[in-house]
Design a protein around this ligand. Structure first.
Ligand code: SF4
Length: 157
């Protein structure tokens, strides 16, 4: 095996290990609502998706304006869910990780969230909030306003 193909194999293995470290989330059929623009993937992921699906995702700066992911099927499902890139795996995983936080509040008690756990659970199931959840999990404070607005919408129904 040449050095180049050995390196490629090593990187594929590392990518699979990275994917395996994330919560496994079934296809929710939500890309149509949430991923209506560029999908940022690594070069290796672009190559692997092309090999498995026959579809090559455009480069970030060559993505046609307003175009959805070319792997999105007419039924709203991912055309290659098993091989979807990291960015798509994080999408549902963020909500799963917040569920872990809510469970810890439920188990251990939490003065502010007592009585609101189910509302919070319903909020994290709302796909419109998933990009905000992802930002929250990566240390941004800006989603707080989005969550407060969503909570207000739910409490004032
Ligand atoms: S690769 Fe699949 S999961 Fe990711 S945006 Fe495209 S259709 Fe959605």
């Amino acid at each position: 095996m040449s050095r180049r193909s050995a390196e490629r194999r090593r990187r594929r293995q590392a990518l699979q290990e990275l994917y395996a470290s994330l919560p496994d989330v079934a296809c929710q059929g939500l890309c149509q609502q949430s991923c209506s623009s560029q999908i940022d993937v690594s070069d290796l992921e672009r190559d692997l998706l092309q090999a498995s699906s026959g579809v090559r995702l455009p480069e970030w700066d060559q993505w046609p304006t307003g175009a959805s992911c070319p792997l999105l099927t007419s039924s709203g499902a991912c055309g290659d869910h098993a091989n979807r890139p990291a960015i798509c795996r994080l999408y549902g995983a963020g909500a799963r990780l917040l569920e872990v936080m809510l469970r810890s509040f439920e188990i251990g008690g939490h003065r502010e969230y007592a009585g609101r756990i189910e509302t919070m659970r319903a909020m994290i199931a709302d796909p419109r909030l998933h990009p905000a959840i992802l930002r929250l999990l990566t240390g941004h404070t800006s989603p707080r306003q989005e969550f407060n607005r969503a909570r207000h919408r739910r409490f004032s129904r």
